[in-house]
Design a protein around this ligand. Sequence first.
Ligand code: MN
Length: 204
Amino acid sequence: MAVYSLPDLPYDYAALEPHINGQILELHHDKHHAAYVKGANDTLDRIAEARDKGDFSSIVGLEKTLAFNVSGHVLHTLYWQNMTPDGGERPDGDLAEAIAEHFGSFEAFHGQMSAATTLVQGSGWGVLSYEPASRRLIVEQVYDHHGNVGIGSVPLLAFDAWEHAYYLQYRNVRPDFVKAMWEVVNWPDVAARYAAALAATPAG
Ligand code: MN
């Protein structure tokens, strides 16, 4: 049985228009995310085969492929939940306070997150993460799906900066797509993830 499965989108393909059009969402979910799910399952099978045969000559490539696909699956699953047709505005409560404390202000965080996403070289993500060793919020600039990430960081809010996330609508103008992303952020979802991450790492 497959270990990983493609979650349903929590809304219709066109639900995020005009910010993200339905064609992008359909392809992004049904083709791209589905490919990461399949890639993760196939790679687990190939690693199991290697164990059965006692032949680990391909293990370096397999581990890399596993990290790429599992991380792609995890980030896309987060990404769909991070967006909502009723999004935008700003966070409130504990999350708003933590952002102000750890970034200086919401505006400063907004600037850093936008720049980290816009300036990804090649394919990657801008991610707001909870870093448990410091119990702080940080922004990570993720390469592909899994590079440049601090071990243990818990992703809370992910902006996909791969061309497949915006090119059909925004062409090469990634900054306009990043601007649109802020209009669909599901802040209650991000706040719930922050609360859960804090609760899972009590102060030592
Ligand atoms: Mn993507």
